[in-house]
Write a protein that binds this ligand. Structure first.
Ligand SMILES: Nc1ncnc2c1ncn2[C@@H]1O[C@H](COP(=O)(O)OP(=O)(O)O)[C@@H](O)[C@H]1O
Ligand SMILES: [Mg+2]
Length: 370
């Protein structure tokens, strides 16, 4: 899958933009706060219907404007497609693929396949379980429509049960209706757990292999699923947790509290890993993500790298850049030194200045390797 071109209207700091990408490595460089990340955000949004920075739709519309438009031309197995997305101040967003309106966001998610990598992702091992679940869910939702539905249904039932828990204090007779939502939680929750377990089983050996290479064979990384509750004890534990749940007005048991374990040489890297180990494991996880999308869909995802290169040391930079050859890459950075030093073959360079994107010629940048 390759993104051919992008058009923006009143998106973030872009009044109007039209740009064409190369199918290899594209670089957006420029000073801070010029609009580099905004371009990656537009692409991520078109892929997932959400901003990677969790911004609200309204915040992405250019200040003072009513609507924002994103249009993208892409080709997949030599067939061209057009994707349109619009954001409105007071209405829900809308989208179309090849001019046909997309009714449910689930029909849009995953049409365009991307892997987004930002410096914050390097902290995924160190940070709280919420971010690791988010990684799991974002990835699974892109790959699996059934999972996406199950997750939406689970979250709806969870919200209903939590609302009910808050009302029971005033009206204890409502306790009887808990069971209705609990049946749904168990049914969807069990399917979510199954989806996560099989995804991680497939991902784990890929992550381990990449981590072994990155650490020069010195470290063995094991990735394991850590469910909050086992499927066969789910019903029981949810039931036993009822009084506590009513007292604390929230649901304590279920896959919304799951985690993943990263074990390096037998010890839990979340707690005991050095910063270097944690970052290497995070990089391995991201690179494994590219591979699993390729395996599951038969298509190479587009890699969006937001300022990550400067966060990595030379050997990890080299590993990342050599591991992604043959993939379309769109990356941002403030300078071009890394490419010169790494002798990376760069296909297209753009300079971003205050919401304007200027293609730079090869001679000007002199960053191409031999
Ligand atoms: N809704 C918006 N309307 C207009 N400008 C915006 C909006 N949201 C963000 N910006 C501007 O976008 C710029 C930040 O863009 P960003 O892509 O994050 O920069 P960088 O080049 O550092 O990656 C800032 O100048 C910010 O003021
Ligand atoms: Mg940025």
């Amino acid at each position: 899958m390759v993104i051919r071109s992008l058009e923006l209207q009143n998106f973030r700091n872009y009044a109007s933009l039209a740009m064409e990408f190369d199918e290899g490595i594209n670089i957006l460089f420029g000073d801070n706060a010029q609009g580099k990340t905004n371009i990656l955000e537009a692409l991520y949004l078109t892929s997932t219907t959400k901003s990677h920075r969790a911004s609200k739709d309204r915040e992405m519309i250019r200040i003072g404007q009513e609507e924002a438009h994103i249009r993208l031309f892409l080709s997949q197995n030599d067939v061209d497609h057009r994707m349109d997305l619009h954001l409105k101040q007071s209405k829900a967003k809308g989208a179309a693929i090849d001019g046909v309106p997309v009714r449910r966001s689930g029909d849009l998610v995953g049409f365009l396949k991307v892997v987004f990598f930002s410096p914050e992702d390097l902290s995924i091992i160190k940070n709280g379980p919420g971010e690791r679940r988010r990684f799991l869910d974002m990835e699974l939702c892109q790959l699996d429509k059934v999972y996406l539905n199950q997750l939406a249904n689970y979250n709806r039932a969870l919200n209903q049960r939590n609302n009910l828990l808050k009302q029971i204090g005033q009206d204890p007779s409502l306790k009887e209706t808990l069971e209705l939502w609990e049946e749904q939680l168990i049914s969807y929750g069990t399917q979510i757990m199954r989806g996560r377990a099989s995804f991680l089983q497939e991902l784990a050996p890929i992550v381990s292999e990449i981590h072994a290479q990155l650490s020069g064979g010195k470290e063995e990384l094991k990735l394991l699923y850590e469910p909050n509750v086992s499927a066969d004890r789910y019903r029981e534990e949810l039931f036993y947790s009822r009084d506590r749940d009513i007292y604390l007005k929230t649901t304590h048991v279920g896959p919304h509290r799951d985690d993943m374990v990263f074990e390096i040489n037998g010890s839990d890297a979340r707690r005991f890993g050095s910063q270097g180990q944690q970052r290497t494991a995070a990089l391995s996880l991201k690179m494994a993500e590219i591979e699993i999308v390729r395996r599951r869909t038969g298509q190479k995802p587009i890699l969006l790298l937001d300022d990550v290169l400067s966060e990595l040391d030379r050997s990890r930079q080299t590993y990342l850049l050599s591991g992604i050859s043959g993939t379309q890459v769109i990356m941002t950075c403030t300078g071009l030194e890394e490419f010169v030093e790494n002798r990376v073959r760069v296909n297209r360079v753009f300079e971003v200045i205050e919401g304007q994107v200027m293609p730079r010629s090869e001679e000007e940048t002199l960053v191409k390797g031999e």
